[in-house]
Design a protein. Structure first.
Length: 219
């Protein structure tokens, strides 16, 4: 089997995981248990010394970083139409993808893993509180993107075809529930996430990763 995806349940690797299923690709999904430190073991470090997921291996060639993997899969499976082909629409879709990856994603990391940014407990607590507030605003921005797409008559965020923006939106919204933010407080976004989750290929990945969409627990 030439294609192999290294993923961790609920991580951003969910995005290429769903794209491979949507494309009907033959691939080997290989779970990396981050909570058990498997990313730090020598076998995985030999594949990705940065110890991150996702990693896509195609015919022995290793590709890391979610944006690079998404762009690669878009070209490898052009019939799936993961990203628009028209220049401006494509640029705008990639613009949103990169924003999700370089702004929304690391804001959650400051909430979920504040120890990466400080070794002081008081600072870690401040980082978590402050970035949770920021994340609420970012979820509102995600909801606004859904509103704009739907107002334009689009089924999905980048057009007529399911793509990485849709899968990433589900992941980022789910992370918000982990951070103590009720996704049902963003009704348009939450309805869209459930629309994404009911797609057969996406539902298959959710089942494989054993994910619960809403992990919010009222105080």
């Amino acid at each position: 089997m030439s294609l192999q995806l290294y993923f961790s349940p609920g991580a951003c690797s969910f995005v290429p995981h769903t794209l491979l299923e949507i494309a009907g690709a033959t691939f080997e999904p290989t779970m990396v248990k981050l909570h058990k430190g498997e990313q730090n073991e020598s076998a995985y470090q030999a594949i990705n010394p940065r110890g991150q997921v996702p990693v896509l291996v195609d015919d022995g060639q290793v590709i890391t970083q979610i944006v690079a993997i998404v762009l690669y899969l878009d070209q490898k499976f052009p019939a799936a139409g993961f990203l628009p082909t028209e220049a401006l629409a494509r640029a705008k879709a990639i613009e949103t993808l990169v924003w999700m990856n370089n702004t929304v994603h690391p804001t959650f990391t400051h909430i979920f893993m504040p120890h990466k940014y400080s070794d002081q407990a008081e600072v870690q607590a401040q980082l978590k509180t402050y970035n949770t507030g920021l994340y609420r605003g970012l979820l509102a921005e995600l909801q606004a993107l859904v509103v704009v797409a739907q107002s334009a008559g689009q089924t999905w965020l980048s057009g007529a075809h399911f793509g990485p923006l849709d899968a990433y939106t589900l992941t980022l919204t789910r992370w918000g529930s982990l951070a103590g933010i009720d996704p049902q407080g963003y009704p348009v976004l939450w309805a869209f996430v459930n629309q994404v989750a009911t797609q057969p290929a996406v539902a298959h990945v959710i089942e494989r990763e054993r994910l619960q969409l809403n992990l919010f627990k009222p105080a």
